[in-house]
Design a protein around this ligand. Structure first.
Ligand code: ZN
Length: 180
């Protein structure tokens, strides 16, 4: 599969509003081909995660890849991890508010409140059922990507339009401001 036969689907495109279908595990090879395309575009755009609907593929698949970068300097380093048919469980009662961006929403950032921990059941790239406990930034990435699988983006999660800023304002004013 050539990654350039795909592109990142952006906000307003109906494909970001679809609920993704479960991956057919009898054809894992096809899913892994799509995963390579997802990985390509995530790396190319410097993302920390990507979901299949973001390349226009309505399947329940995501890659999470926490790592420190200009936008998230305190993020923990992790190997990119493919989660197939992921299901969140035991969402923490503790909500944390944090600024998010999205490859599908270029130039904008939004302040979104999410649970700070989640446990996840998923299928790994070998087709095996696995369970994973996530907290902090990786939990945030997971929940953001999971939204893509149910037809949502972070823009749907902001409490008010005042919680949306451009990248320019985010870097010049929000990040530069002292932590509350
Ligand atoms: Zn996103």
């Amino acid at each position: 599969m050539n990654p350039h036969d795909f592109q990142i689907v952006e906000l307003g495109d109906d494909r970001l509003r679809q609920v993704a279908e479960a991956v057919d595990l009898s054809d894992l090879a096809a899913a892994l081909d799509y995963a390579e395309v997802m990985h390509h575009w995530m790396e190319q755009r410097g993302g920390v995660g990507i979901a299949a609907p973001q390349i226009g593929v309505p399947l329940q698949m995501m890659i999470i890849a926490s790592r420190p970068n200009a936008r998230y300097p305190d993020a923990p380093e992790m190997e990119p991890m493919l989660l197939i048919n992921p299901e969140p469980h035991n969402l923490s009662d503790t909500q944390v508010s944090l600024w998010e961006g999205c490859l599908s929403v270029p130039g904008l950032r939004g302040k979104v409140s999410r649970p700070d921990a989640v446990s996840v059941r998923y299928i790994n790239k070998e087709g095996q059922a696995r369970r994973l406990e996530l907290e902090g930034f990786p939990a945030r990435i997971f929940l953001h990507e999971y939204d893509h699988l149910i037809g949502k983006t972070f823009v749907d999660r902001v409490v008010s339009a005042a919680d949306l800023v451009t990248d320019k304002v985010y870097f010049e004013q929000v990040m530069a401001a002292p932590a509350p």
